[in-house]
Write a protein that binds this ligand. Structure first.
Ligand SMILES: C[S@@+](CC[C@H](N)C(=O)[O-])C[C@H]1O[C@@H](n2cnc3c(N)ncnc32)[C@H](O)[C@@H]1O
Length: 348
């Protein structure tokens, strides 16, 4: 006969109350059977296993309805969906707490150095900055729908070359970014590829045995990257909310991604990159850029209205502005031009 456990046995086994088990039953997470003569609930080993799973998800902070869905659809994709949603919620919380801590630090420091008459203004200024930052971080959306591009992405960059021929030197750019970023990198260096896409750049670091993580905001891009390179570690994440601790990486690299952030978003992303980069680390980015406003205007003078419209749908960086932005954080920037619109910047 199959081993049976009473509700008290199960509660004792997991150090929980019997009410908790009844609650899970009421919510439809857990079934039970009743003894024909005593009418008491009893559970089998399969139920014990299920309770263990429910409790583990609860410890991880999953909601009852999420757990119900995970248990009902027992497939990898659905699990990953829930895990990634939960991962995003956790990272958003951490990011908010970090912002709050920074604001409080700033407030405490300025309270010490200011007189009472302007303390209220300081407080208002701090809250205003915090609100603006949080709003910008939370409102970035993928207007370009990278999820729907993921499956055909490689075909279009390797064969299509793109509007304005922007992918004509794709492979060369990836190779240069790799070479520049690994010039002084120890063989056990940690590399972060931001906007990893289908993993073409990250692959180079994998082949050379570096520890490499790829971050992208698109689940589908990550799926393609993971299918192509099963040993690549990928994480759902955004430029402005990098889901890693301070000082984690020796090199941050990125290609064809940074131009999806406007200038204010870029300045926030720069702070984020420098937070997760080690002091001695390097940032190397290949992307669509202009040297400065004059060169943008000069180039636009030779383009058609449609081409200009296409460029203006994204946010090509102004290298002069980027250099100043990094300088504010005591970093210096060098750049090389690859073709009409493609540049590679190195920040140390
Ligand atoms: C044109 S693809 C480039 C992919 C890859 N780096 C390459 O060179 O082939 C741009 C990638 O950046 C990602 N991306 C764009 N904006 C992002 C953001 N704010 N945070 C994270 N990823 C972003 C997109 O999801 C997409 O995968």
């Amino acid at each position: 006969m199959k081993k049976r456990y009473s509700i008290n046995d199960v509660a004792k086994l997991f150090s929980i109350t019997t009410n908790k088990l009844r609650f899970y039953e009421k919510k439809g997470l857990l079934a039970y059977q009743r003894d024909a003569s005593s009418n008491y609930r009893y559970y089998h080993n399969e139920d014990i296993k299920k309770i263990q799973i429910i409790l583990t998800y609860r410890v991880l902070g999953f909601s009852i309805s999420d757990i119900k869905d995970i248990l009902a659809k027992d497939d990898k994709e659905s699990h990953l969906d829930h895990f990634y949603n939960h991962w995003k919620a956790i990272n958003d919380k951490i990011d908010k707490l970090q912002l709050l801590r920074n604001s409080m630090e700033g407030l405490i420091d300025s309270m010490y150095s200011s007189d009472e008459s302007n303390s209220c203004e300081l407080l208002i200024q701090s809250i205003t900055n915090l609100n603006e930052l949080t709003k910008t971080k939370d409102s970035w959306i993928d207007r370009w729908d990278f999820n729907s591009w993921a499956k055909n992405y490689d075909k279009s960059v390797y064969h299509g070359k793109g509007v304005l021929n922007m992918y004509q030197h794709y492979e060369e750019i990836l190779e240069k970014v790799f070479t520049l970023s690994t010039k002084n990198l120890n063989s056990d260096g940690w590399v972060l590829d931001l906007g990893v896409g289908t993993g073409n750049l990250a692959q180079k670091y994998l082949n050379a045995d570096y520890h490499v993580y790829g971050i992208d905001q698109s689940r589908e891009m990550l799926n393609v990257a993971k299918n192509k390179f099963p040993s690549l570690k990928v994480r759902l994440g955004e430029f402005m909310k990098i889901p890693f601790a301070d000082n984690s990486f020796d090199a941050i690299v990125s290609t064809y991604s940074f131009h999806h952030l406007n200038q204010y978003e870029k300045s926030i992303a720069i702070v984020e990159m420098l937070r997760v980069l080690k002091d001695s680390g390097v940032i190397v980015m290949g992307d669509l850029m202009f040297e400065n406003e004059q060169s943008r205007q000069k180039l636009f003078a030779n383009l058609t209205g449609k081409q200009i419209e296409f460029i203006n749908d994204e946010y090509y960086s102004d290298i002069e502005w980027l250099a100043n932005e990094f300088k504010r954080h005591n970093k210096s920037l060098e750049y090389i031009r690859i073709d009409l619109l493609n540049y590679i910047i190195t920040v140390t």
